[in-house]
Design a protein. Structure first.
Length: 119
């Protein structure tokens, strides 16, 4: 993330499109979104912070349904937001499709070269 912000972003042309995979170090979220493992009171607090109308007597499943309704507004990757703030766009490769990642093609060529020349 530090390299992305300090090295990549300042050195690419304006309005660039950056293609990245979904590695964990590219996928840190801006904030955590409540899940089933969260305690009810923490879900309620999160919803109140977002000014989502809730009632004290709501069940946890109803609170999570309310979370699901607003989740798209808050479920953002840190790198995506950083790039967007600086006028760039991030495109993410689909999960489990490493064949679309150019570095995998280069790595395959390197391995093939080593195999052919290491006798």
């Amino acid at each position: 993330e530090k390299w992305f912000i300090d090295q990549l972003i300042p050195n690419i042309p304006p309005n660039s499109v950056i293609v990245i995979d979904n590695a964990s170090y590219h996928s840190r979220k801006v904030e955590q979104i409540p899940t089933l493992s969260w305690r009810k009171e923490h879900i309620m607090n999160w919803l109140m912070e977002k000014e989502v109308p809730i009632e004290d007597n709501m069940l946890k499943r109803d609170l999570l349904a309310a979370v699901a309704e607003v989740k798209p507004r808050y479920d953002k990757h840190k790198l995506d937001v950083t790039a967007q703030e600086r006028g760039h766009e991030i495109l993410r490769l689909p999960p489990y499709h490493c064949e679309l990642n150019p570095i995998e093609m280069v790595w395959a060529q390197v391995k093939h070269h080593i195999k052919m020349n290491n006798t």
